[in-house]
Design a protein around this ligand. Sequence first.
Ligand code: ZN
Length: 234
Amino acid sequence: MVSSEDSAQTTAYRHLGTDGRHLQLPPGKVVCIGKNYAAHALEMNSAPPDEPILFMKPTTAIVSMHRPLAIDAGLGEHHYEAEMTVLIGERLSRATIEQAETAVAGVGVGLDLTLRALQRHLKERRWPWEKCKAFDGSCVLSAFVPATEVADLQNIQIRFTLNGEIRQNSNTALMLFPVLELLVHISGFFTLMPGDVVMTGTPEGVGPLAPGDRLDAELVGLVRESTTVLDRLA
Ligand code: ZN
């Protein structure tokens, strides 16, 4: 049995363009990058990595930033991580930089929601991260700006505001591994399909969310989305 609320949370998601139209690309897997900004690695008490750190979220993790975020406080503290997202428009396997560039259909802003206490517990045990990173609702996606409207993937200001206060404010110029290199690296392990999404890592300033919070996530000049946090069980 699937309740109407569950189906709204997990199956109704479709990729959206910033023009308000649904995109023809089917939502697929989400490949995420860990610690792609030195200042975030530092705030997590770790050194900047010398190769991209990859993990994944399934399609069922995706929700739209156009809806309120329903979090389950019973799972523990939910941290926001605002990230530039890349929507894949063409199949990529062992891609070249040129192929990666052609395959970028659009960019957006997303939240890589993370159960931080559970993550610490899993890290201590040297277990995989999936439970804290890939749970239902953990991948919150904005609408996507067409790639043709983006002048430079590595010069985009990314900003996250919580209850009117700026918490994250950085630029994709500060990524340790730039977007096209990430796509090449990822495609050496996982074939990227049209409709897949890559979350390119969070800058510094991550922190907890609570029911009642108002959020704004923005790629300055390209896309801005606002939502609120609700208690899923309330
Ligand atoms: Zn992240």
